[in-house]
Ligand binder design. Structure first.
Ligand code: ZN
Length: 692
């Protein structure tokens, strides 16, 4: 081993990744080395494959070494992006894709799995081990192992190209978001904005050595303008900048345009699906999901739309009438909906998100969240000293049970430049049994984009932000509380994508429980509890515009699913499916709010063009049925009932991907899921459901 390899932090073993020591120059050499070692070791292993389960243990050790090196690189690329890091990331991506394609098409490896599955010892393996082997065999098929050589190599090309296109898509969204800002000299132009948003805009200007106020397309800044700015022209300007990011429209038109990427991604996905014998990419996507057919998904979405559309239409009529009553425009435009919506909410419930903020300082919310998790699942959470983090905001925590550490997580809460928008949980380390018999503990990343702290105040969260934190923490618990020993089905690994949102949406329910709210709130200066009147108003306002929100999610789900299900490639004179036309068509059927002609939402829809949600965005609604129904057992037996908490822990969280999600759900709930709880929680009760 050369000296440079020895000093490369990505090649050393660490308990935690040495984020601060990773330099872009380390990355490519580290992966060249790791992948060539892994190829060599795999060949040696297959020359003389060990019997039984030992084969899987060795393979998991090989993969884990690569994952442990890649996870911090991929994470840093998302939260501390730079040109040099991006180049290194993109240089490694095709090498990894190539490596995994080779693994998925390795005939000797495939035979070794087949032999294990057919061996007499297979029956003695436990459920998690058997599930892992059956998933692997399924994935060999989905990697083209059964195809003739020419088609296999085409599969490899398609995977390569798709991973490059998706990475580029995400970069365009980040660059387009970073490129736009607006400097304003006086607060007058920002009339209507609450003090917290003004202070954030002032701080953003100072950070750029600008005077006055700086608006950006970071979500907290965008949302504040859309919700509060009295100046209609300003709202329009910010709306147009936001919804045209990375497109052929708006202030950055054509500069980071994702149009061609979208068309190529769809064409290649369609080709990939057909190569593997599926009619379309939606069918391919469902091969690893809980939903059993494309019709089942489409029927599910139509049914939800049918039940919620009348309420959404009524809500929009009320909003329009309200705007007229207070001398607003006769016809609402897209940039008016959030603004008048907030005014109506304030009038109807005497409550604004802004007034709640001082009662949700992060210094209360975080201990509250930890206390609730501890009461439900018998765990203890403590902050750990940590060096080598990627940013001063990042923190490390330990989860323990009965004094024994069982997992760790990193927390990175606030929006900033060069950090990808949104909120997510990702795997840093998977829990698995090492070959010496010891257990590698799981480590997760929890990333949000909340309003940063201002001056020396703690960060004050909106209730929406609190809910997002609970959501991501629910994913984190799934990842960290697992008791499964094998990486392939441990934590969220191997969990069908449309069931993966169950623990996350489930945990959000506690954000609406008075007893839980009391534990996570308190005025940041006086420590005064959330006043009863505000709590009542908050609970009363819970389902404000719930119909509109429901149809918006159904619109996105249907767009994604139909796009991948009905896609037609170009054929002779016939052009390929027109993405904008399909989106407009779906909007004309189920959207109740106006959309500007320049809107190119799809150009920043990273979930489906750069994330894992392609033909799978419906998963949010699908899993919400599961999570609402799971929570209804707590409603029946008590929201802090220790027995129900233990049952959820043991049947859902600890199981990971070790059995089918329906089996886990039934084990917890005692029956299959029903949509009743979701509709009830959303305040949607249709006439049809009231009358038998
Ligand atoms: Zn989620």
């Amino acid at each position: 081993m050369s000296n440079s390899a020895q000093s490369n932090p990505l090649l050393q073993s660490h308990q935690f990744p040495p984020f601060a020591q990773i330099t872009p120059a380390d990355i490519v050499p580290a992966f060249d080395r790791l992948l060539s070692d892994a190829r060599q070791q795999l060949e040696q292993l297959l020359d003389n494959p060990p019997d039984g389960w030992a084969l899987i243990e060795t393979l998991e050790t090989l993969s884990d070494r690569i994952n442990q090196a890649w996870s911090p690189v991929s994470h840093m690329n998302s939260v501390a992006n730079s040109e040099a890091l991006r180049q290194a990331y993109n240089a490694v991506l095709p090498k990894l894709t190539q490596y995994y394609t080779e693994l998925g098409q390795n005939e000797r490896l495939h035979r070794a799995y087949q032999q294990l599955a057919a061996s007499p010892g297979f029956a003695d393996l436990d459920q998690s081990q058997q599930t892992l082997v059956s998933h692997e065999l399924r994935d060999f098929h989905l990697s083209g192992i059964d195809l003739p050589a020419a088609q296999r190599s085409r599969y490899g090309e398609l995977k390569q190209r798709l991973s490059a296109l998706c990475s580029r898509f995400s970069e365009n969204v980040l660059d387009a978001s970073n490129a736009w800002s607006k400097q304003l000299d006086s607060a007058e132009a920002l009339s209507g904005l609450p003090e917290s948003a003004l202070a954030a805009a002032r701080q953003a200007a100072e950070e750029k050595q600008q005077s006055g106020y700086r608006l950006t397309l970071d979500f907290p800044s965008y949302a504040a303008v859309m919700t509060y700015a009295d100046d209609r022209a300003l709202r329009r300007e910010v709306y147009e900048a936001f919804v045209t990011r990375a497109s052929d429209q708006g202030p950055g038109a054509g500069q980071w345009d994702n149009s061609a990427l979208i068309d190529e991604i769809l064409a290649l996905r369609h080709e990939l699906a057909q190569l593997l014998g599926f009619a379309n990419y939606a069918e391919y996507s469902l091969a690893t999901k809980m939903a059993s057919s494309t019709d089942q998904v489409l029927d599910f979405l139509s049914d939800l739309a049918r039940q919620s559309l009348p309420m959404a239409q009524q809500e929009f009529i009320e909003l329009t009438e309200f705007a007229r009553q207070i001398q607003g425009p006769d016809t609402l435009s897209a940039w008016d909906v959030g603004y008048y919506g907030e005014k109506l909410r304030q009038q109807r419930y005497a409550l604004s998100q802004e007034e709640l903020r001082p009662y949700f300082p992060i210094t209360k919310v975080l201990p509250g969240l930890f206390g609730i998790s501890s009461r439900l699942f018998g765990i203890d959470i403590q902050r750990q000293p940590a060096v080598d983090l990627w940013h001063a905001d990042a923190q490390l925590y330990q989860i323990s049970r009965a004094g024994e550490p069982i997992g760790y997580f990193y927390l990175d809460l606030y929006a900033r430049a060069h950090k990808r928008g949104g909120a997510w949980m990702d795997e840093c380390r998977v829990r698995r049994r090492l070959q010496d018999g010891s257990i590698q503990l799981p480590v997760a990343y929890l990333v949000c984009n909340f309003t940063p702290p201002l001056g020396d105040k703690p960060a004050l969260l909106t209730h929406n932000e609190v809910t997002t934190l609970f959501h991501e923490f629910g994913h984190g618990l799934h990842q960290m509380l697992t008791r499964i020993d094998w990486a392939g089905v441990s934590g969220i690994n191997g969990v069908a994508w449309d069931a993966v949102e169950l623990p996350s949406q489930f945990l959000e329910n506690w954000c609406w429980e008075p007893e839980a709210l009391a534990r996570m709130s308190g005025h940041y200066q006086s420590d005064e509890p959330l006043p009863q009147s505000m709590l009542d108003a908050m609970l009363a306002a819970k389902n404000f515009q719930a119909g509109m929100q429901m149809v918006r999610q159904i619109e996105l789900s249907r767009f994604d699913f139909q796009l991948h299900c009905d896609y037609q490639p170009a054929n002779g004179n016939q052009p390929a499916t027109d993405v904008q036309a399909l989106l407009s068509q779906i909007r004309s059927e189920i959207s109740v709010v106006p959309v500007a002609a320049c809107n190119r939402f799809q150009h920043s829809f990273s979930h489906i063009f750069a994330g894992g949600y392609a033909a799978g965005y419906y998963s949010y609604k699908w899993a919400e049925v599961l999570s609402a129904d799971a929570f209804s057992r707590f409603e029946e037996q008590g929201v802090f009932d220790p027995e129900v908490g233990r049952s959820f822990l043991q049947e859902i969280l600890e199981r990971g991907g070790s059995r089918e999600p329906m089996a886990s759900f039934v084990a917890f709930r005692g029956r299959e899921p029903s949509v009743e709880a979701l509709l009830r929680h959303s305040g949607i009760v249709t006439a049809e459901r009231v009358a038998p």
